[in-house]
Design a protein around this ligand. Structure first.
Ligand code: BLA
Length: 503
């Protein structure tokens, strides 16, 4: 990878976003110790709400600030909160010097009870209907209409101008795979975004904290005061957490004033996000947030079952080829001749465009367009990278400097120490990538202040990527292993039969 890009990525990864020490101004945060009830953190605007100085709240008992109804809700919801739970919407309470109605959200983090208050008056008033969103979701077999339905449903029910389904790729860059658009924001459909846009600590946080809302990206952060001896407040789960200033600048550069993003999680991995943008500020109430969370979890489940179905179908197809191969080999007096006849079944069982089998007593090239010139460099790579365990690469430059021919190589040692190999090859897939802004300018460095900022342009920038093949998956590796077992069984048996015949 490009060292300049890597440096930016590392710099972004170091920002401790869960310790931002500030909140967004659309609510108030307090954190207190469960036993003593002593307040150890208070946002600056808690001072205004309780008609005092925020610093003066530190050390006070939480019981002095709320009525018994609110306190009961705080305690009950804290008790019911599991570590890693999204803040629980405990209810509506009267809070502050003027007793205004607030939504109360409660969660427990690092042995502190976090209380967040959002004025009910600011709620958009329209509850987001998770039930309708789920009910109207297209669940047909094709991926594209499904992603489109997700974007459309979220846009219709939330009213954000631009709603995108954003899917991460293996290298943590990502692509907008569906979009519902209205208003003045431009289209990002089909565009690729570099990995540094959403650095690893943010991706890790979004695995746990599934919905993030920024009602007004033009806000001034409100500092959170903490008691003198207290550790920095872990704000990972705070709904109001002030986000990275770099990300706020990013949104400004995009012309976005309000955003919400919903995590899509498959198999414990952040698959992608539903990203929502609006050119004007947009308040989002707690009930909307919860509906978004429910919807995100439902879409995640559907993605998971689709994924399993796909893997299952691919495995069923490979198994058919494997069975055919096994049957042919079982009856064969000469396994090498049979393999030559069955090269199509061999490739089908492997999911490769071409393959080579090299063993002590023979060799075989399978696949119509197997370029024999590729064999020597493939073997050389295999000997250095896959001597003890299977290994693969999707980059031709890693193993073959010919500049043409197959790009992907997966090498499996047949039997440790025999020098035999099963080599899988995949054809090059020339890819036309439409980047949202040049990836060479994925960020900007301010030389004077040594600070890093997001890029200023998201204008489409085209790149043609050649010399790469579809990457090898875990399923590919498993298929190769099954074929390896089958081959070594029959090649051994065949060799023995032939030896017996010769005596
Ligand atoms: C966060 N960056 C994010 C988030 C998104 C993106 C969705 C999550 C914040 C949220 O949920 O609101 C990026 N938004 C996108 C992308 C699309 C989109 C790719 O809509 C595509 C459609 N960002 C940079 C650089 C750095 C950086 C150079 O461009 C680092 C120097 C950092 N992005 C960054 C950080 C966060 C972030 C630190 C975390 C913000 C936080 O939660 O505090």
């Amino acid at each position: 990878t490009d060292p300049k890009l890597q440096a930016a990525y590392d710099a972004c990864a170091r920002e401790p976003i869960h310790l931002s020490g500030a909140i967004q101004p659309h609510g108030v945060l307090l954190a207190f110790a469960p036993r003593s009830g002593e307040i150890v953190a208070a946002s600056d605007n808690a001072g205004e709400l309780f008609a005092t100085d925020a610093q003066a709240l530190l050390g006070q008992a939480i019981d002095e600030l709320f009525d018994s109804h609110a306190l009961e809700l705080v305690r009950a919801n804290a008790a019911a909160s599991q570590p890693g739970d999204f803040p629980r919407l405990a209810g509506l309470v009267n809070a502050g010097a003027w007793g205004e109605l607030h939504y109360l959200s409660v969660h427990v983090r690092a042995q502190l009870i976090h209380v967040e208050l959002e004025p009910a008056a600011r709620d958009s008033g329209e509850p987001l209907d998770a039930h309708a969103m789920i009910a109207r979701l297209e669940t047909g077999a094709q991926a594209a209409p499904f992603f489109q339905a997700v974007a459309t449903q979220v846009r219709e029910l939330t009213g954000y101008d631009r709603v995108m389904v954003y899917a991460f790729r293996r290298d943590h860059s990502g692509e907008v795979v569906a979009q519902a658009l209205g208003g003045e924001l431009s289209s990002y459909l089909g565009l690729r975004f570099p990995a540094s846009d959403i650095p690893p600590q943010a991706r890790a946080l979004y695995l746990a904290n599934r919905v993030r809302v920024i009602p007004d990206a033009g806000y001034a952060p409100v500092p959170v005061h903490t008691a003198a001896q207290a550790a920095p407040l872990d704000m990972s789960f705070d709904l109001l957490r002030s986000v990275s200033p770099i990300h706020l600048e990013y949104l400004r550069n995009m012309g976005v004033r309000a955003s919400m993003s919903i995590s899509l999680i498959v198999d414990g991995r952040l698959w992608g996000l539903i990203a929502c943008h609006h050119p004007q500020p947009r308040p989002v109430g707690p009930r909307e947030r919860i509906a978004a969370d429910v919807f995100g979890r439902y879409v995640s489940l559907l993605l998971g079952t689709r994924n399993l179905k796909q893997i299952g179908a691919a495995e069923a197809a490979a198994r058919l080829h494997r069975d055919r191969l096994e049957q042919a080999l079982a009856r064969s007096p000469s396994p090498w001749a049979t393999l030559r006849e069955q090269s199509e079944a061999l490739l089908g069982a492997l999911g490769a465009d071409a393959a080579a089998l090299v063993a002590g007593d023979g060799a075989l090239l399978a696949g119509a367009d197997f370029d024999p010139a590729a064999l020597a460099p493939a073997l050389a790579w295999a000997r250095t990278h896959a001597r003890h365990a299977p290994a693969g690469t999707a980059e031709r430059a890693d193993w073959n400097d010919a500049g043409h021919g197959p790009a992907g190589l997966f090498a499996t040692p047949l039997d440790a120490g025999t020098g035999g190999w099963l080599l899988l090859l995949r054809n090059e897939q020339i890819e036309h990538v439409r980047w949202a802004g040049s990836p060479d300018d994925a960020y900007q460095l301010d030389a004077g202040r040594l600070t890093i900022g997001p890029r200023t342009s998201f204008a489409e920038w085209n790149q043609t990527v050649s010399g790469t093949a579809e990457p090898w998956s875990e399923e590919d590796a498993e298929r190769a292993e099954r074929v390896r077992l089958l081959l070594s069984r029959h090649l051994d048996a065949g060799a023995q039969r032939e030896a017996a015949h010769g005596e």
